[in-house]
Design a protein around this ligand. Structure first.
Ligand code: PMP
Length: 440
């Protein structure tokens, strides 16, 4: 890449591109940190030809890795045949029908009917509207409130921002949607108490990510999800599992709720369903909910996005899910997750600063401390510095610094190999040595 073109792109970026979830100040001062140009497998290349391991699968989504010709072929074939058609009303088309059937087959329990969206926020918004609609049809219109967890991330549309339990996202505007409540993230008792306080008959649903992702990578206690399922049943409240990150093998099972043998009433997915080759998400509803809709709905379901069930997205998703199954990527996620855990544990033995390693499949996070044994934090957070150093050394990972946390998060593509995990660990070690100089 010639320097002139690079400077030109940087200037255009600063002037014209408002980046999603970004520091505008940093962009204006430094320009874009990396301008990516191409990807293959678990690797991305920037415009200067520098190579990186994408240790976050971009936004936890590129499950099957970059540059899959098969997916490009599926997109091309569908675009040439039927580039778009509406799924509104009673119009339909083959790829959406087949994808809905495929997802129903993969989903646990009696989650059998799919509503499609363009991504996770729309999918969660749809879940909220569907549960409220369900209670209206059931003759309990006062059931409107949605309870979510502190630290949860559910998206950035009106309802989903309000359901998100990370206050930084609330502070952007001074207007949140009504009827959203938050409870402590790992306490069944807290949920029960909130339901009792608000009145059980006012609660429509409880929503939880089985593993909290963007909020800092928290795996629940082993009895948490079973416990909240029980509480929901006790009060007749619907349970929505937000598997936008965890779905389709990320945690070493097809869906994360399977780890705890919990059956949600609605399951929300996005990201890994297309590995990011097309924006697509959706919500799978239980047979009970579908039965009520079939029985009681009069006329139109007044909810649908132009791109609900986009034929190109659905064709790509079908091929992507075929790859995940054919290449046994759910099993690989579990196996390589163990490798990643071993690597991080070895690092923990080497450095004073590493504590609380949390790994499930290929979702990993660990905390940084000045002294992990005494849980003394650094006076200034170090995770962002280590992440910046990793990028220089050729590894993309993510820091989370909400509240007290000083966390590094990893979520590499599900195709990663043992050798590549070793590379990831080595880069992490080097970056920590450079930033903290604290070998044991
Ligand atoms: N739910 C969860 C658990 C997520 O991680 C995300 C995105 N990171 C969303 C919902 C929102 O998805 P999208 O960005 O596709 O709207």
């Amino acid at each position: 890449m010639n320097k002139e073109k690079e400077i030109n792109l940087e200037n255009l970026d600063k002037k014209h591109f408002l980046h999603p979830t970004s520091s505008i100040k940093q962009q204006q001062e430094d320009g874009p940190a990396i301008i990516f140009e191409e990807g293959k497998g678990i690797y991305l290349k920037d415009i200067n030809g520098k190579e990186y391991i994408e240790g976050m699968s971009s936004l936890w989504n590129v499950a099957v890795g970059y540059g899959r010709k098969e997916l490009a072929k599926a997109a091309k074939k569908q675009m040439k045949k039927l580039s778009f058609s509406s799924a509104f009303s009673t119009f339909s088309h083959e790829s959406a029908i087949l994808l809905a059937e495929k997802i129903a087959r993969l989903a646990p329990g009696n989650l059998n009917t799919v509503f499609f969206t363009s991504g996770g926020s729309e999918a969660n918004e749809s879940a909220f509207k569907l549960v409220r609609h369900y209670w209206l049809l059931k003759g309990e219109p006062e059931r409107k409130k949605i309870i979510s967890r502190k630290k949860a991330y559910h998206g950035v549309a009106a309802g989903t921002t309000s359901a998100t339990g990370i206050v930084e996202f609330h502070q952007m505007t001074n207007s949140l949607a009504p009827d959203f409540l938050h409870v402590d993230s790992d306490s069944v008792a807290a949920l029960k108490k909130e339901i009792e306080k608000e009145g059980p008959k006012t609660i429509a649903a409880f929503i939880a990510e089985p593993v909290i992702g963007a909020g800092g990578m928290f795996i629940p206690d082993s009895d948490y999800l079973k416990g909240v399922r029980k509480v929901c049943d006790e009060y007749g409240i619907l349970f929505i599992a937000d598997e936008v990150i965890t779905g389709f093998g990320r945690t070493g099972k097809m869906f994360a709720v399977e780890h705890w043998d919990v059956k949600p009433d609605l399951l929300v997915f996005a990201k890994g369903v297309t590995s990011g080759y097309f924006p697509l998400g959706g919500v799978i509803i239980s047979e009970e909910i579908h039965d009520l809709l079939k029985e009681k709905s009069q006329g139109t379901l007044f909810h649908g996005f132009t791109y609900s069930g986009h034929p190109v997205g659905c064709s790509i998703a079908l091929k992507n899910l075929e790859i995940i199954e054919r290449e046994h990527l759910v099993a690989n996620s579990s196996l390589m997750g163990s490798e990643l855990l071993n690597g991080l544990k070895k690092m923990e033995n080497q450095f004073h600063c590493i504590g609380e390693i949390r790994v499930i499949g290929l979702l990993a996070g660990f905390e940084l401390y000045e002294n992990a044994q005494t849980k003394t934090r650094f006076s200034e957070k170090v995770a962002p510095k280590i992440v910046a150093e990793c990028a220089k050394l050729g590894l993309i990972c993510r820091s989370v610094t909400y509240d007290d946390s000083d966390t590094i998060v990893l979520a590499p593509p599900l195709i990663i190999t043992k050798e590549e995990i070793e590379k990831v660990i080595n880069i992490l070690k080097n970056a920590i040595e450079i930033v903290i100089e604290d070998k044991k």
